[in-house]
Write a protein that binds this ligand. Structure first.
Ligand code: HEM
Length: 408
């Protein structure tokens, strides 16, 4: 069906199909044709406008999915460990718990702490590029997702948290499983794999915290566990829940950012060559990747009380779906939004959120991808696709499942 004549309900339904997730962008335009903020039913609105998403993220009356919100949205979730743990972390909580968690962990993400990490990140990335060169020697096709895009953020966040290197590979499966719990579901059984991933990871971090209590090291799990024991600002479960958030948020989305950036470089050789020549172009290139093909496409909020939003009355309990990937292509905000242009100035992508929940790891995500991208492109001047990429069946956390490449 042509998307230009699609009604909003059909466009939303199509967005949830594997084809829709593979290429959601025409569907966002079909929705935008009905306005930047669109009522889909008595208690659901969908937002495609940049200004509207931007404001929604800063509107205190629109809540993130905490326990009480989830009681309205997904009755039965309390039987599922994925969401039981998620609602104990800072992302899926609201004031005042949110501030309490965020204050506690933000000491590890100050610009100074991130800048101090830079040499370590450079070293980790050099090692991973060397390994990729070995795996892809003689033009052997490699899956870029498994062999590099996941490994970079896993090494970075694994190093920060103090996860022993030999355990890093065990995290990919559970991380992927946990992110499926963030997708819209029709049946609670769809949470089962997320539950299993979360159970595994909760046990892992509980064990790691116990080890670091017995024998502290120079890492975040030791630092935060000691701070909790001394100051008692968090419960033990809240501590573990937020370690898990840092691990999941710190790996899956950065993996997709790095892979999307490389995929775009292959599609735009002129930009890839410019980056090879001048790695200082990387920040603009990464910002444009975040705007054009974002790792996070949709965020959820719920109206806490009756309120008016851009002239639209929302009753308490209204579900507000923020299609931030659509907002990133709003022609009222960006000139020629469907064009990938790493030289765009004043790029204000919505991909790292905004307001209270603005991504705590934004600086870290940018730093590692700005190092990784030119490192890969310079090392592999003939980098090319070695087959069609496949997508995971996900929209909220959208990205490739496999990205086959040839390194030379
Ligand atoms: C490309 C990479 C990344 C993307 C696209 C991304 C995206 C996001 C988004 C959209 C949110 C807010 C969601 C909402 O408002 O509902 C968020 C929050 C968060 N992110 Fe990221 N993120 C990335 C990398 C990272 C990294 C590397 C870390 C840490 C190691 C991290 C840690 C967090 C945390 C802790 C929050 C919760 C903040 C809060 O609720 O106050 N993220 N991220």
């Amino acid at each position: 069906m042509s998307t230009s004549v699609m009604d909003p309900g059909t466009a939303m339904m199509t967005l949830m199909t594997p084809e829709g997730k593979r290429d959601p962008y025409p569907l966002y335009e079909a929705l935008r044709a009905y306005g930047p903020l669109l009522r889909l039913g008595p208690d659901q609105v969908v937002v495609t406008g940049h200004a509207e998403c931007f404001r929604a993220l800063r509107e205190p009356g629109l809540l993130s999915t905490d326990g009480p919100v989830q009681d309205r949205m997904m009755p039965g979730w309390r039987e599922h460990s994925s969401w039981v743990w998620l609602t104990k972390n800072m992302l899926f909580s609201n004031s005042p718990d949110h501030e309490r968690y965020r204050r506690f962990f933000s000491v590890a993400f100050t610009p100074r702490r991130i800048a101090e990490l830079r040499p370590v990140v450079e070293k980790l990335i050099t090692e991973l590029v060397d390994r990729l060169a070995e795996t892809g020697a003689d033009g052997e096709p490699v899956d870029f997702m498994a062999e590099f895009a996941f490994q970079v953020p896993m090494a970075v966040v694994g190093h920060m948290l103090g996860i022993p290197k030999e355990d890093w590979p065990s995290f990919r499966g559970p991380v992927g499983a946990i992110t499926t719990a963030l997708e819209p579901i029709r049946d609670l059984a769809q949470l089962d794999q997320g539950d299993a991933g979360m159970d595994w990871m909760a046990e892992y971090f509980t064990d790691l915290a116990a080890k670091r209590r017995a024998e502290p090291a120079d890492d975040m799990v030791s630092e935060m566990t000691r701070a909790r024991d001394e100051r008692g600002e968090l419960s033990e479960e809240e501590l573990i829940a937020n370690f898990m958030l840092l691990l999941v948020a710190g790996t899956e989305a950065p993996m997709d950012l790095i892979a999307n950036a490389v995929r775009l470089a292959v599609a735009h050789p002129e930009h890839a060559d410019a980056l090879r020549e001048d790695p200082s172009l990387a920040p603009g290139y990464i910002e444009e990747t975040l705007r054009f093909d974002p790792a996070a496409q949709a965020l959820n909020r719920m109206a806490a009380t009756d309120l008016e939003f851009f002239g639209v009355p929302l009753t308490a309990g209204t579900k507000v779906t923020l299609l931030i990937a659509a907002g990133n292509r709003d022609p009222r905000r960006f000139t020629d939004p469907g064009r990938f242009d790493p030289y765009r100035s004043g790029n204000h992508a919505l991909t790292l959120s905004g307001g209270a929940h603005f991504c705590l790891g934004a600086g870290l995500a940018r730093m590692q991808s700005e190092i990784a991208l030119p490192a890969v492109l310079r090392r592999f001047p003939a980098l090319a696709l070695a087959g069609e990429p496949t997508f995971r069946d996900q929209l909220v956390q959208r990205g490739f499942d496999r990205l086959p490449v040839k390194c030379g």
